[in-house]
Design a protein. Structure first.
Length: 103
């Protein structure tokens, strides 16, 4: 949560928050790369807090659930964790490459 908040604050302070969220449409593509990275980061954050963590709690028995629900929750958490892993490298590439002008 702190990473998302800090990133949004920094983008706002540096004056590219709206352009990045709009994927560079408002500034002729200058913020496209960082915007794609920010959207991937937001998707990953959503996956962790609203899909992976609730399912992981059920799978680990931290929340009452029957055996079938635990098994399904464990698989869901695993699949979304893999999704986050697969998104992490392109997200990092987009955020780092944003310092190089592509337009």
């Amino acid at each position: 949560m702190a990473t998302i908040v800090t990133g949004v604050i920094l983008a706002g302070l540096n004056g590219y928050l709206v352009e990045a969220i709009a994927l560079g449409i408002t500034d002729n593509g200058g913020s496209t790369a960082i915007g794609i990275g920010m959207w991937m980061g937001a998707i990953m954050w959503f996956n962790v807090w609203f899909i992976i963590w609730p399912n992981q709690k059920r799978a680990l028995g931290m929340v009452e659930a029957d055996a079938d629900s635990k098994k399904k929750s464990a698989r869901t958490a695993m699949l979304f964790s893999r999704t986050n892993t697969m998104l992490s490298i392109p997200m990092l590439f987009c955020m780092i490459s944003a310092q190089n002008p592509w337009y």
